[in-house]
Design a protein around this ligand. Structure first.
Ligand code: PHE
Length: 479
């Protein structure tokens, strides 16, 4: 068997792992959930979740990968025993990778379509309603969805075939810095649009009374898993290409810090423009695909800004998708001894097939065929069901598994060596272990109960979701 591949440099690992973390979650999802949850306090709680739960689990994954030099499934076996039930968390991660990438590729396909549409000047001269309606067309048209999803999958497969150094690391070294530059340019541009910037800063970092409730707290925690790419083994796989003397602690903080920085910067791009154009920050998932082209097209050089913005989204999606396919492919490479090209293409084809129902599920014609079955059980279409399953079930359970495994199951020696070898911040070990053993599992259990709706049964409705609209009648008495 050939020797395990390794990253070419520490920077290469940082960029690849940060590339996995920085994705549609940062630029598309974080701003709109921040908007929906009223800004300030939600952002603060999200930061606490990243620091107290997300980064400890991220470190646990990287330590597991680095120590075993194996992809997730065999990694769990190596630090426990053959046929250990802990390996289920590895398999679950592989399954999560298949499902996550199958709908992620659909949204990524939209970003590619928008790049091309923007370059061709599609949005020039469109009314605001037309731009908003255009998203409806993109989201529902079967040919657009299938074609661009397929194109995106081909690119992703191509990078993974290139291998650790020649594919993943190389792509990340180009795409992530480019993404950073575009984001900074957009932020500078956004900062000079009317008074939108001051209002955005106030919205993101200021406290405005009582809009946030427990439901929002739990959303912040769930999102901290998604955005850091934890809970499904992506960081185990990437960690397994580190050398044993590599510092995981400092690099873990850098990755978590970069991810957070980019999410906040994305808000400082989206909100000034949203406010300056008079849009509602709480308008939901359309924030990126509807408001941004409308708002950016109003700037001088609008076509260029709009193009660049969707290039940013596309780059963010690609570096994340690579890590998802790598989780799936590395299982077949490490466990079944498939060659890398066969594993990448085989998994890629399977994921593309699984993506078909997601790609069609927002349109009514063919989509109804797939949605009917799922919807009768979950009440949501295929796409939304897949997202719900991954974000609210598979990632939290996977995160819980990795925290419990690294916190309680492995030997003290393996854990300490994996953490401390080569690390400059060794003395954080005790704090890390405390968070891993107690805080992270407790937090995950709370998210999980919430996902199953159990907290709704226990806690009063007004605590979880704020005052119900019916209270509007009583509002007069409160002033
Ligand atoms: N972190 C990515 C994002 O924010 C999504 C992702 C999750 C990627 C899990 C890989 C693994 O978009």
């Amino acid at each position: 068997m050939s020797e395990r591949a390794h990253w070419g440099s520490r920077l290469g690992f940082i960029l690849a792992a940060a590339g996995s973390a920085v994705g549609l979650g940062n630029v598309w999802k974080f701003p709109y959930i921040t908007g929906a949850n009223g800004g300030g306090l939600f952002v603060l709680i999200y930061l606490v979740c990243i620091a107290a739960v997300g980064i400890p689990i991220l470190l646990a994954e990287v330590v597991l990968g680095k120590t075993t030099q194996q992809s997730p499934v065999p990694a769990f076996r190596d630090l426990s025993r053959p046929a250990s039930p802990w390996m289920s968390f590895g398999w679950m991660g592989v399954a999560a990778a298949f499902i996550l990438l199958s709908y992620y590729a659909v949204v990524a396909g939209w970003t590619m379509h928008y790049v091309v549409a923007a370059i061709r000047g599609t949005f020039a001269g469109m009314s605001n309603d037309d731009v908003a309606g255009y998203f409806g067309h993109v989201a529902t048209d079967p040919a657009i969805n299938l074609g661009w999803m397929l194109g995106f999958m081909v690119l992703t497969i191509g990078v993974v075939i290139g291998g650790v150094k020649g594919g993943i690391e190389l792509a990340s070294k180009i795409l992530l810095p480019a993404l950073g530059l575009i984001l900074v340019a957009l932020a500078i541009r956004a900062a000079t649009v009317g008074d939108g910037f001051d209002r955005a800063i106030d919205f993101v970092f200021g406290f405005h009374g009582d809009q946030l409730h427990a439901g929002g707290v739990l959303e912040a925690l769930g999102h901290s898993f998604f955005t850091l790419s934890i809970g499904m083994g992506a960081m185990v796989a990437y960690g397994s290409y580190l050398q044993r003397h590599d510092d995981v602690v400092l690099t873990g903080f850098i990755i978590g810090g970069l991810d957070t920085l980019i999410a906040l910067l994305a808000c400082l791009v989206l909100f000034p423009i949203t406010f300056a154009s008079g849009f509602d920050p709480a308008q939901g998932p359309g924030l990126v695909f509807q408001n941004m082209p409308i708002a950016l097209m109003q700037l001088p050089g609008g076509t260029a800004w709009t193009t660049v913005f969707f290039v940013l989204l596309f780059f963010a999606a690609l570096t994340s998708a690579i890590s998802l396919l790598e989780v799936a492919a590395s299982y077949f490479i490490d466990e079944l001894r498939w060659s890398r090209p066969v594993a990448a293409i085989g998994c890629g084809i399977a994921i593309t097939l699984l993506a078909v129902p997601s790609a069609l599920s927002n349109g009514d014609a063919v989509g109804g065929l797939f949605n009917g079955g799922v919807a009768s059980v979950t009440g949501a279409n295929w796409f939304d069901t897949a997202d719900w399953l991954v974000s609210n079930i598979l990632l939290p359970v996977g995160g819980l598994g990795i925290a419990m495994f690294m916190g309680w199951r492995v030997t003290e020696q393996a854990r300490y060596e994996g953490f401390a070898e080569g690390a400059s911040l060794k003395n954080l070990y005790v704090g890390w272990l405390l968070l891993l053993r107690w805080i992270a599992p407790a937090a995950v259990v709370v998210v999980f109960l919430n996902a199953l709706g159990l907290l709704d049964a226990i806690l009063p409705e007004s605590f979880l979701h704020g005052a119900p609209p019916a209270d509007a009648e009583a509002a007069g008495t409160e002033g």
